[in-house]
Design a protein around this ligand. Structure first.
Ligand code: CA
Length: 315
């Protein structure tokens, strides 16, 4: 099966992340899935944003200077949807105000906004079938425990919106993702969700599993996960080692496949390559040809589509 292209926060290498424009562009570039990170507002609406904070990608600090918490951050949860709707979205910046990916266009003056999960699902409805292609969704529930402490059950809200837009069964074009293993179990067992689920794995967890666990323990862990989820999302740079320029597969993907799990690593970026690779095509070649992954999260769906096109032609 051809690996699927998951547009990481949309075509975020080209347009500000998680804007509707970045999602439409990702579809046009050939993405199979559009990713939505989801956070709850003060009035319990769901918005598509990567952080529980607004300051990395919006002008909130200049618009609402007195609304930061003690840590100096502006939380989505402290604003109503109507307020968030007035903010302008820009390229991601760090806390010093520097662009995180300096080579990306800033689009000064362009009117990018934050939108709700519902608006994005409406866009997906419009896009589906346009140009003879379908597109799936790949929502991520952000920080469920933090949201619970803030008094909102974000998973229930997300499942409710997904249900209203027709995403209910195992075969629907959706993967629901989360880093929180316990929450995924709750979503499957208590909330009765039938959708395909993906356990995200962060660098520390995976490093821990790969270095501290025996081969059998890794297999057991993956087997246990396969009781709840259909796939895993590990960081791509932890799936191999580099020694004296030699790149070696750590065998994690094959172990996951043996448990029936699909593997969708993150994040493939033309402008920020992991160790051992000089071009994005080298990375694609290794990930597809050797690791045998099932899909990639990428900020640049266009280069993934071009790679797969050539790959297909070669075969
Ligand atoms: Ca995400």
């Amino acid at each position: 099966m051809r690996p699927v292209i998951i547009a990481h926060r949309g075509a975020s290498g080209h347009l500000p992340e998680h804007t509707l424009q970045a999602k439409a562009l990702a579809f046009a570039m050939g993405a199979d899935y559009l990713e939505q990170d989801i956070v709850a507002t003060r009035d319990d609406r769901l918005v598509v944003l990567h952080d529980i904070h607004l300051d990395g990608v919006t002008d909130v600090a200049s618009r609402y200077p007195d609304r930061a918490r003690e840590d100096g951050r502006y939380y989505v949860r402290d604003f109503d949807l109507a307020e968030i709707g007035t903010l302008r979205v820009h390229e991601r910046r760090d806390t010093d105000g520097q662009q995180v990916f300096p080579g990306r266009r800033n689009h000064d003056g362009a009117d990018f906004r934050v939108h709700t999960l519902e608006r994005e699902l409406e866009l997906v409805r419009i896009l589906t079938g346009s140009g003879g292609r379908d597109v799936g969704i790949y929502p991520e529930i952000k920080s469920p425990v933090w949201h619970q402490e803030e008094g909102v059950d974000i998973s229930m809200l997300v499942l409710d919106v997904l249900r209203r837009y027709g995403y209910t069964s195992h075969n629907d074009p959706v993967y629901l993702q989360c880093f929180d293993e316990h929450e995924l179990q709750r979503i499957r067992q208590e909330l009765g969700c039938k959708l395909k689920l993906v356990q995200l794995i962060d660098e520390d967890t995976l490093e821990l599993v790969l270095t501290n666990f025996s081969a059998t323990q890794v297999e057991e862990k993956l087997k246990a996960l396969s009781g709840t989820v259909e796939g895993i999302g590990p960081p791509v740079n932890k799936l191999y080692t580099v020694e004296d320029g030699r790149i070696e597969d750590r065998g994690f993907v094959a172990k996951a496949h043996a448990q029936g799990l699909v593997v969708h690593p993150y994040t493939f970026r033309d402008d920020s390559l992991p160790p051992g690779f000089a071009t994005i095509d080298e990375l694609f070649e290794f990930a597809v040809g050797q690791l045998n992954i099932d899909g990639f999260f990428t900020d640049f769906p266009d280069s993934a589509a071009r790679y797969l096109q050539r790959h297909r032609t070669k075969k």
